[in-house]
Ligand binder design. Sequence first.
Ligand code: HEM
Length: 543
Amino acid sequence: MFGKLTSKLIVETLGVLFAIWLLTGLVRLVSWRLYIRKLKAEGLPMLPHSLLLGHLPFVTKLMGQLPKDAHAAYLPGEIQRTYPELGPNYYVDLMPFAPSMLVIGSPEAHYQIAQEHSLPKLPNLRNFVRPLTDGLDMLTMEGAEWKQWRGVFNPGFSHGHMMTLVPAIVKETQSFCRNLDKHVKSQDIFAMKSLTDYLTLDIIGQVVLGVHFDCQRKPSPVMESLRTQIRWFSFGVEPNLFDRYNPVRPLVQWYHSRIVNAYISSQFDERVAMHRTHDGSDVRRTRTIIDLALTAYKNDVSTTKSAAIDPFFKRVCMSQIKLFLFSGHDTTSAAICYHLYLLAQHPKVLARVRKEHDSVFGTDTASTASIISAAPHLLSQLPLTTAVIKESLRLFSTVTPSRQGERGFSIKDDQGRAFPTGDFLVLPDSQSIHKSPAYWPEPESFIPDRFLVAPDDPLCPVKGAWRGFEWGPRNCIGQELAMLEMKAALALVSRSYDFTPAYEELDKKAGRKQVTLHGERAYQVDILQPRGNLPMRVNARGR
Ligand code: HEM
């Protein structure tokens, strides 16, 4: 009887606790909805609002009009397209299914949250990269901790240092060309993003660790594990609940993180030993990311030759290295895919790019690699190529920033309205800014010349409207490297090969309907890479 009483008591207690939890959640939800309605009543822009479901019905409808695999970054663009009267900055209430957002779609408001007052990164972003970095990475660190680590690595990404890496970048790009040659020979359809991924991984391996992964020639199990970890990242707001809470995810992450960690740890230990053996004097001059961190550590802590490295320092260093391996390859890889894709569709621009390369490197394409390696500064003399890169990043941004709002901090718009940011996911929506007719004439068209015209030309971009690498203290640390990689790729590839995107051909072969997003076949999916990893055919130029 006593036992029965106890289990009844447990069930009743659990029932009461559940009811309290439900009630608290309900009260919080209702007060949140009322708060949103108050903002609406004050004249702040938002979609029609339901007390029960917030903006969910509208958002679900808009997302339903997009292809199922389209990246969620397309949502604000859809909202703008359907409700242009909202203006560039507006609220979206998705509680309790996802964080409610304040979408920032004007350069002036962007300036306020990225430069004037840098809002903190979103906690979800930390969760996103945590399986790889344990939350100890520069991307999501804040305050003094972030400043310290950014200071350690800034010199390693400086323009001067990056120029010294050009011969290595060129060498890796030559391996990329050899892989293209194989596809010229086999005349098959291949996934361009797989080739560019291995190219950029090989480059970032040299920059970060001073190691030649050689992924372009043979598979590297460690890098495959890293790529698997990235593929399994989750923001925790996926509409599909199985996707969001997939129980297999932690197991996959655990398994692959052991492989990646073991490798990075051994690389770290080797480098530490090298610093000790040579007392740092000859490695001090090298500026791989790992050397920079060790030099900063030595300067900070008085270590004897035999003193052990603080295990926490090693953990943070390993996390930063893994972050650079991730953020330093995927973004640039997707960007190179889009440059080649857009040039393939715009033969007149391609012809001008080739002419620019002829005038800077000479007409013998076989010598381009050696010419660039001997005179890396020539990569700074390619205005049209640079404009192609910027225009391509405008049409296909390969990073979506996100910030956490702060109570007491509001954004002012040009009508003098104050948008409170507290408790909102603040979305600096570069994708919408990049496509807005308010800032770009013919925003959907590929017109690299907008970056070449005089400031008084109507085509010239509005200040702050191009945000490929973001502005302000949290801008991209790797932008110099990325620009060199992209320019070297265009210089070595675009004069020697002709590409044909193969989406249509694949769809026809499979007898399926073409999938497009507003007419675009290579729309962005997953972590903003082109759909299907960009199926391509390649031929030697002019064949
Ligand atoms: C085309 C290539 C690239 C693009 C478009 C790009 C874009 C961006 C953008 C927009 C941000 C700001 C994110 C935010 O505000 O939340 C960022 C940050 C960052 N990027 Fe890149 N990136 C590229 C390549 C690289 C490379 C090659 C590296 C090399 C390691 C890199 C490392 C980072 C890091 C570590 C941050 C965080 C910086 C901080 O918070 O202090 N990126 N990138």
